[in-house]
Write a new protein. Structure first.
Length: 316
């Protein structure tokens, strides 16, 4: 560097300034580079800090939550705790009870379950709200039946224009099979609410469909893998709250084949004013695999019983 930037002896001081500045700048870069290299080497040599393993259960009433694993509770115990929280905090006794369901949407390879929405008939209703149901039919007798059973809007292809222009909206859309080919222009508009047999919104039993969708409880997947929905009121009997929760969870589990890992990974229950309580999933998820294993065991036992008489006759 000194040889490259050396100033000739005959050069004047004014001419020598650029050479001196360049030499200083080059020396500064070299010093900075050496410091960075030393810092990288020190970082490599320095061992990573060992994270302290989480403890299972605190021994005091006041503790740092991040030092302990999050406790999980049985369903009946958790509901009892929510009711107790309400009494201690003097909050509204008829507040809603909510669940947050965290899902595993993964299937084989890179495939996954698409975000979905569904409606389910709860065994114990907790609100007087009635959904607005629209029925597509061009048959006058079917239209009259739909109106008698509480359909808010009934009509045929003339409704397509009004729906596309957002002049008509409903919570659920029901159709009879005869008109479904004419409703194709609404497929992109209605998306998941488009009438289909999968959602039980396409069929010939108009009274049954209208009654179900007027009173059903709707939920949907948010943020790709979370369902947040209310399930009951806190003043309802504990067994009613549990029955509603299990009904929704069983419906959610139908959206992923049983030969994969369960779609429900974590389940949290809370009220409007309480903290969330992590639930133990034992006894909540449907026991599909166990039922199949039991059937196989019964079949094996039956086969053995059939073979016994044959073996005895041979031995005699």
């Amino acid at each position: 560097l000194e040889q490259r930037l050396a100033v000739p002896a005959a050069v004047s001081p004014a001419t020598a300034r650029p050479y001196a500045a360049a030499a200083a700048k080059a020396a500064k870069k070299d010093a900075k580079r050496s410091r960075q290299e030393k810092a990288k080497e020190a970082a490599k040599e320095k061992p990573l800090p060992r994270r302290r393993p989480l403890m299972s259960k605190p021994v005091d009433d006041v503790y740092l939550t991040w030092l302990y694993t999050r406790p999980s509770y049985g369903l009946e115990q958790a509901v009892g705790m929510l009711k107790r929280f309400q009494e201690l905090d003097f909050t509204h006794p008829k507040q809603f009870v909510y669940i947050n369901v965290f899902l595993d949407m993964a299937l084989q390879k890179k495939k996954k379950v698409d975000p979905f929405s569904s409606g389910v008939a709860l065994p114990h209703r907790f609100t007087d709200e009635v959904n607005k149901v629209l029925v597509f039919t061009e048959n006058e007798q079917e239209a009259e039946v739909a109106r008698e059973h509480g359909a808010a809007i009934v009509g045929g292809v003339e409704l397509i224009k009004w729906i596309l222009e957002d002049e008509i909206q409903a919570d659920f859309y029901v159709a009879v099979p005869a008109i479904i080919p004419k409703l194709i222009p609404l497929r992109n508009k209605l998306k998941k609410k488009y009438p289909s047999t999968r959602r039980n919104s396409l069929g010939s039993d108009i009274p049954k469909m209208v009654q179900f969708f007027r009173e059903c409880h709707e939920y949907s997947v948010e943020d790709e893998s979370v369902i947040k929905t209310r399930i009951a009121r806190l003043d309802m009997p504990t067994e009613h709250i549990i029955a509603n929760l299990k009904t929704i969870i069983q419906d959610i589990c139908t959206f992923k084949p049983s030969n994969f890992d369960p779609i429900v990974q974590r389940l949290v229950i809370r009220s409007s004013t309480s903290e969330g309580l992590l639930l133990n999933l034992d006894g909540i998820l449907p026991q599909v695999e166990k039922a199949e294993e039991k059937e196989e065991e019964e079949e094996d036992a039956a086969d053995k019983d059939e073979q016994k008489p044959v073996q005895e006759s041979i031995s005699t």
